[in-house]
Design a protein around this ligand. Structure first.
Ligand code: NAP
Length: 330
């Protein structure tokens, strides 16, 4: 990877006097606001919905909190850091009717723009500034003098300086310490959705649940099954993150490596390929995106699934271990 940009390549000044409104003060919103301020952005306001539970935190952090319509009328740039499924509603109801012409739009995931859920007018820059990873890690890494790998893309460049703003924003949240790469809205969106669906969340959870059930059916205690199929995921994930897959294989026992190589190809067989093909087709068309946003807008999304998960044996099995190790109180 030789095409990375670093702090030395980037001019931070586009963010210094920019009237920047951050919509949402969740994981990414809070981290971005704190980092950008530390990097010299002097005029940041946090835009929150009526009754937002995040208001107190934003104010305690020293930010002025405004309503979404106020932010839309005031800002030179809006960073839409609210939940993706709410973007259409937020844009249509609270931003589009009040926005200042020429105001740039910044997102940290391409979802709503790529699928046309929001359609910004031609007068504005539309920028992707994605620090790849969970929002909390943006701040944690920044405080260590590092950052998350950044990706930028420009969907619309009305000002002619959209790239400069994208880079300044990403450098402002620490990505210039570790490398910033160009992408497209399509690439970032498709890759992010596919990765989280088939590996990081959906795939991992499916493997954990099915393997736990199979071990318990073989007479293994639930505690032992939980440790081997869930708890230890982190150690393997840490090894892969630090050393790659080949390095992970070098670091584990030969028995584990041999067994894994025996079964790897069987798991990744034709059925898995067909599941992947379906997931990719739903992502590449807008089927997944539309279904998710319609489900969200209809209300109570996933409430029943979340309640059902809490009753699973695999959840019960982990409670005791987590409270011993981490004092968790779930
Ligand atoms: N680049 C990456 O790798 C990456 C990784 C993770 C996430 N992301 C992106 O970061 C963005 C935010 O994610 P997050 O993890 O920070 O989410 P989060 O922690 O759940 O925070 C979401 C924020 O959105 C606000 N919000 C939700 N619905 C809203 C509505 N209807 N009106 C106004 N505000 C609303 C919430 O407001 P309240 O505080 O009022 O509840 C909250 O402040 C998303 O675009 C997500 O895809 C990017």
């Amino acid at each position: 990877m030789t095409d990375a940009l670093y702090n030395l390549d980037i001019d931070l000044s586009p963010i210094f006097d920019l009237k920047l409104a951050l919509v949402g003060y969740g994981n990414h919103g809070r981290s971005h606001a704190l980092c950008l301020r530390d990097s010299g952005a002097k005029t940041i306001r946090i835009a929150l919905r009526e009754g937002s539970p995040s208001r107190a935190k934003a104010e305690a952090d020293g930010f002025e909190v405004v309503s979404l319509p106020e932010a839309a009328a005031w800002a030179d740039a809006i960073a839409l850091l609210a939940a993706d499924e709410a973007h259409r509603m937020i844009w249509d109801e609270a931003i589009a009717p009040h926005r200042k012409p020429g105001q740039a739009l910044i997102v940290c995931h391409g979802f709503s723009v790529h699928y046309g859920l929001i359609e910004p007018p031609a007068d504005c820059d539309v920028i992707l500034a994605a620090a790849k990873g969970p929002g909390g890690a943006v701040r944690q890494e920044f405080e260590k003098g590092k950052g998350l790998i950044g990706f930028w893309a420009v969907h619309q460049d009305a000002s002619g300086t959209a790239k400069e703003l994208a880079l300044a924003y990403l450098a402002g949240i620490g990505s210039g310490n570790v490398g910033i790469f160009e992408t497209s809205f399509r690439e970032e969106t498709v890759s992010d959705l596919f990765g989280e669906q088939v590996v990081l969340v959906g795939g991992l959870v499916a493997l954990a649940k099915a393997s736990f059930e199979r071990l318990v059916a073989a007479g293994v205690s639930e505690r032992m099954a939980y440790i081997d199929c869930v708890h230890e995921i982190k150690y393997l994930a840490d090894l892969i993150q630090a050393r790659g897959i080949a390095g992970m294989y070098e670091a584990i026992s030969d028995t584990a490596e041999f067994g894994a190589r025996e079964i790897e190809g069987k798991i990744a067989g034709p059925e898995l390929k067909s599941v992947f093909d379906q997931a990719m087709a739903d992502i590449e068309t807008d089927r997944f995106a539309r279904k998710w946003v319609e489900t969200y807008e209809a209300g109570d999304a996933m409430k029943a699934d979340r309640a059902a998960d809490k009753r699973l044996k695999i959840e019960e099995a982990g409670k005791d271990l987590r409270s011993r190790l981490y004092g968790a109180s779930d």
